[in-house]
Each structure stands twice: as C-alpha cells, then as structure tokens.
Design a protein around this ligand. Structure first.
Ligand SMILES: [Zn+2]
Length: 302
C-alpha cells in the first residue's frame, strides 16, 4: 500500500471523527424561550450567538387562541429566561403560566409602550399589537437588552451594542415606511383586516383601521366578530370607497373573503400580523414582514 496515501487517509479519518465529535458536543449556551415569532427575532438581534433563542409559536400560529402543548413545559424547563409580548396578546396569559410553572423569570417586551386603549363594550383594554410601530419595536428591544443583561451581566456591553445597531435600523425602517405610505392618497388610507392588529401602524402612518373581529381572535372582552362590527366594516369600505382589503397570515381568511364579496372589493393580498413568515420566506424577520406588508398595502391602495 502506498504509505503516503495511508497516512493521508488516517489523517483525514481523524479529522472527520474530530469534526463529528465536536458537532455532537452538548451546546453549553443557555436558552431563551419566547412566546411568538416577532419577540424571538428581536431577542436574536440582541443576543447574537450567546443564547439559543426559541419560539413556542411556529410561524402562522395565532397567539390569542394558542393552548399549551405537552412539549412546551419541557422547552421552558431548559430556559434561563422567558419573554412574552404582554397585555394579554398571549390569550389567558399562557406564556406566563408556562414560566410560572417552571419557576423561570419572564419579561414582557411591551412594558413602557404608550398604550392605545380600546373601549370595547365598556371594557378598557390596552391594545397588545404594539410592535407594528417601529418606535414601539425599539421599546421591545430595549426591554430585551435589560432582561438579558440581568441574566448575563458579563456580556451586557454586547447586548447594548447590538440593541443600539438594531434600533438605528428600526429608525431607517420608520423613515422608509413614511416615504412609502405617502404614495397612497389620503382618502384611500383605510386598512381593513380580519382583526384589529394594525391600530399602532395606522396611528403612526395616518391610516384608519377597520376590522370585523375586534382586537382579538379569541374570546376576551370586546373580542370576536359581532354583527355590528361586521356591518361597520362593510359600511367603512363603502363610505371610503376602499379599493382593497387584506387577509392576515395567522387568521382564517374565511371572514375577510366573505366581507370582500359582500362589499364588492378585491382582496389586496396577505399581511403578516400576529406572526412573521416561515423560515426562508420574505417575511421571516421583523424587518422583512414590515417591508413586505408595506409594499402589499401601497400597491393595493395607491
Ligand atoms: Zn392579534
């Protein structure tokens, strides 16, 4: 046998085995468990590779209706920190329940946002869909920087540095959205979607919001489709001569398709609302989902 070839073969075998062994080493990083996809993306932007960041909700799942599954407790049991949105976006506070059951610390990313208060049938609720304003997204990021720095103070500099860069990107996003939305004539700035997820977006960018299902797809106070809300949605579409209405990726499209037919308008496309897009899609990050939503809205309404 050719000695040189044999030596090379042994060397390669050792190299490959070393590689396999290395890949099989248990990861020593701590885990951060988030309730939903947007919070997961913000957390990843802040922690880099210091922590493994996982989401309970998969892309396309609805946080209002979610019910705890058997594997969730196991996922949370390995967490050093849990993060939720807060203000009851997670229906019946399922993420807080998971964290409390496992004795894990939890931070709500929405803390410190100026709430839009919805008066729904006499009940006052803080609208939880605050991430739709990039300015509020910056508050989420700030809260995550604080929560992670508390768990891992040795790397606080890194978390703040990444948070600062991402916040600058959010400012750029806000300026770009403002410029894009200016392409829609003011009388056409009405956003009709299944449920009231876009109030912060509409407030920030001078649109009116109308949704037949109220602020939640679940059964909380002031939530769900009522004949009155449905009638108002159709009336708004006719009154403002809205050219198109939108389906949300995390909500069953049936209702919005019926309303489009009833009001005689087109469906302008799909918007990411309570969930980002699947991995590999254009909406897989917060920046991506906001960019794709804005382009869909502008093209349908301008
Ligand atoms: Zn929602």
């Amino acid at each position: 046998m050719n000695t040189r070839r044999f030596v090379l073969g042994v060397f390669l075998a050792v190299f490959v085995m070393a590689g396999v062994t290395d890949a099989q080493q248990p990861k020593r990083r701590g885990r951060i468990v988030c309730s939903k996809t947007q919070v997961t993306d913000f957390a990843r932007q802040v922690v880099g590779d210091r922590f493994e960041v996982v989401s309970i909700l998969a892309p396309g799942q609805d946080p209002h209706l979610y019910e705890i599954k058997s594997g969730d407790a196991r996922m949370v049991s390995a967490a050093v920190l849990c993060l939720d949105n807060g203000w009851h976006l997670e229906g019946k506070d399922w993420m807080r329940t998971l964290a409390a059951n496992a004795g894990k610390p939890i931070a709500s990313c929405i803390q410190g946002v100026s709430p839009l208060v919805l008066d729904e049938a006499g009940e006052q609720v803080n609208d939880p869909h605050a991430w739709f304003s990039p300015k509020n997204a910056a508050v989420y990021v700030r809260n995550i920087v604080q929560a992670v720095s508390k768990v891992d103070p040795a790397h606080a500099y890194e978390y703040k540095a990444r948070g600062d860069l991402y916040t600058a990107q959010l400012r750029t996003l806000h300026n770009w959205i403002t410029q894009q939305m200016s392409l829609i004539p003011s009388e056409r700035r009405v956003l009709v979607t299944s449920h009231d997820a876009f109030n912060y977006f509409c407030q920030e960018y001078g649109m009116k919001a109308a949704a037949p299902a109220g602020w939640s797809t679940g059964s909380e106070a002031g939530a769900g489709v009522t004949p009155e809300r449905r009638r108002q949605s159709v009336a708004s579409i006719r009154k403002f001569n809205v050219p198109a209405i939108f389906v949300e990726t995390s909500v069953n499209p049936k209702l919005i398709l019926q309303i489009a037919e009833e009001a005689g308008v087109e469906v302008g496309g799909h918007l990411y609302s309570d969930s980002m897009g699947a991995s590999g899609s254009a909406g897989e990050t917060y920046m991506g989902m906001m960019r794709e939503n804005v382009m869909t809205i502008v093209q349908a309404l301008k």
